[in-house]
Design a binder for this molecule. Sequence first.
Ligand code: ZN
Length: 71
Amino acid sequence: MANNINLNANLVRLPQELMDYAIIHELVHTKIKHHGKEFWDLLVRCLPDALELDRELDRYWVMLGDFPEEY
Ligand SMILES: [Zn+2]
C-alpha cells in the first residue's frame, strides 16, 4: 500500500514546532486515515502538545491564506 505524505510548500514558512507537528500529523495519517478519536489518541501519544499545536497551526493557515486540501 502506498503512503503518500503531502506536505504543503507553505510548511517551510512555519515555525519549527509547527512544522514538526504538521509532519507528525501526516505520519499518523499514514496509519489512520481519518480524524477520529483513534487518530488524536495516537497523535497525542506521539506529541503531548498536539491539540494545542493543531489550533496554532490552524491560525497559521488562516494567516497564510492557504489551507492544505487534506488537513
Ligand atoms: Zn489530518
